[in-house]
Ligand binder design. Structure first.
Ligand SMILES: Nc1ncnc2c1ncn2[C@@H]1O[C@H](COP(=O)(O)OP(=O)(O)O)[C@@H](O)[C@H]1O
Ligand SMILES: O=c1ccn([C@@H]2O[C@H](COP(=O)(O)OP(=O)(O)O)[C@@H](O)[C@H]2O)c(=O)[nH]1
Length: 262
C-alpha cells in the first residue's frame, strides 16, 4: 500500500482498491436517495430539455424497485435547463442565476412525478422554495411519513439556497431522512482517478473512501456533497444511467458503479 507523503492517508490505484476493500456484493438498502442528473432527462442531440420516453424509462425502473418495498426519495438536478455557475460566468449575478437553476429542478421533478403517477406509483413533490399549488413545502417529518407509507418523495428546488448544487441537496436530504445510501446516476459508470471524459487512460475505482475522494479532488461530485456524506457516514454509489437498466440495478443493491464509504 502507498501512503500520501507524511499524511498517513493511503493512496490506492484502482485495482488495488478493489481487492483491499470489503466485498460489496450484497448491498442491501431499505431507504435510498436517488439523485438524477438533469442532463439525463434530455435526449442526446435533441432540442427538447426533457424527453418523455427517457423519463418514462426511468419511471419504469423506479417502479420495479419500488414494487419490492424499497423506500425511494429522489433529487433531480436542473442542468438540462440551466446551471447557475455557467450563467454567472457569462455575466449574470450568481445568486439570481442559482435561483433560476432551482426553478429548473422543479420542472424536472414534476416531469418525473407525472411519469411515475402514470405508472400508478404514488408520489409527493416537496419543494425547498415555497410554491403552493405546485408542490408541498419541504417538511422533513412529513417526507419521512410519505416514505413509510410507500410514496416516492421527490425533493425539488435543491436546498433552497444559492451557491449549492443538487449533489449537495442529495447528501443533505439523504442525511435528514436517514437514508442508507445516496445513489448518484450520472453520465459516467463510476469514479475514476481523473476525469474519464478528458483522460482516456483514467482508471475506474470499484470502491473508494471519502478521504481519498476529497484528497484526490475527484470532480464527479462537489466537495461539499462529499464532505457532508463523510460527516454523516452516508455511503455514495456513482453509476451510469446511460445503460437501460442501471437505475433499477443500483436501487436493488447490485454491485454496479463506484461505492464511496468511510
Ligand atoms: N474523477 C472522476 N471520475 C468520474 N467522473 C469525473 C471525474 N472527474 C470529473 N468527472 C466528470 O464528472 C461528470 C459528472 O459530474 P456532473 O457533470 O456534475 O454530473 P451530474 O450532472 O450528473 O450531476 C462526469 O461526466 C465526468 O466527466
Ligand atoms: O441547492 C441548490 C441546488 C441547485 N442550485 C442551482 O440549480 C442548478 C441546477 O442544479 P445542478 O447543476 O446541481 O443540476 P444537475 O447537474 O444535477 O443536473 C445549479 O447549477 C444551481 O444553479 C442551487 O442554487 N442550490
Amino acid at each position: 500500500m502507498i501512503y500520501l507523503c507524511n499524511t498517513g492517508i493511503p493512496v490506492f490505484d484502482g485495482q488495488n482498491l478493489a481487492h483491499t476493500m470489503p466485498d460489496d456484493d450484497k448491498r442491501k438498502f431499505k431507504r435510498v436517495l436517488l439523485k438524477l442528473s438533469g442532463e439525463a432527462l434530455r435526449e442526446v442531440g435533441s432540442h427538447d430539455n426533457i424527453s418523455p420516453p427517457i423519463v418514462e424509462n426511468i419511471a419504469h425502473q423506479i417502479k420495479a424497485a419500488h414494487q419490492n418495498g424499497l423506500e425511494i426519495a429522489l433529487v433531480v438536478g436542473g442542468g438540462n435547463f440551466w446551471r447557475g455557475v455557467t450563467a454567472s460566468s457569462r455575466g449574470m449575478e450568481r445568486a439570481t442565476a442559482d435561483y433560476m437553476g432551482m426553478l429548473a429542478t422543479v420542472m424536472n421533478s414534476l416531469a418525473v412525478q407525472s411519469m411515475l403517477e402514470a405508472l400508478d406509483v404514488p408520489t409527493r413533490v416537496q419543494s425547498a422554495i415555497k410554491m403552493d399549488g405546485v408542490a408541498e413545502p419541504f417538511i422533513r417529518r412529513r417526507a419521512m411519513r410519505h416514505l413509510e407509507l410507500g410514496r416516492v418523495v421527490i425533493f425539488a428546488a435543491g436546498t433552497g439556497n444559492p451557491f449549492f448544487s443538487t449533489d449537495t441537496t442529495a447528501a443533505l436530504r439523504a442525511s435528514e431522512i436517514a437514508a442508507d445510501v445516496v445513489l448518484k446516476a450520472t453520465k459516467v459508470d463510476g469514479i475514476y482517478d481523473s476525469d474519464p471524459k478528458k483522460n482516456p487512460n483514467a482508471v475506474r475505482f470499484d470502491r473508494l473512501t471519502f478521504q481519498e475522494a476529497l484528497v484526490r479532488q475527484l470532480k464527479v461530485m462537489d466537495a461539499t456533497a462529499f464532505s457532508l456524506c463523510q460527516e454523516n457516514n452516508m455511503p455514495i454509489v456513482v453509476f451510469s444511467m446511460n445503460e437501460p437498466d442501471t437505475i433499477r440495478q443500483a436501487l436493488i443493491g447490485e454491485p454496479i458503479g463506484t461505492m464511496v464509504t468511510a
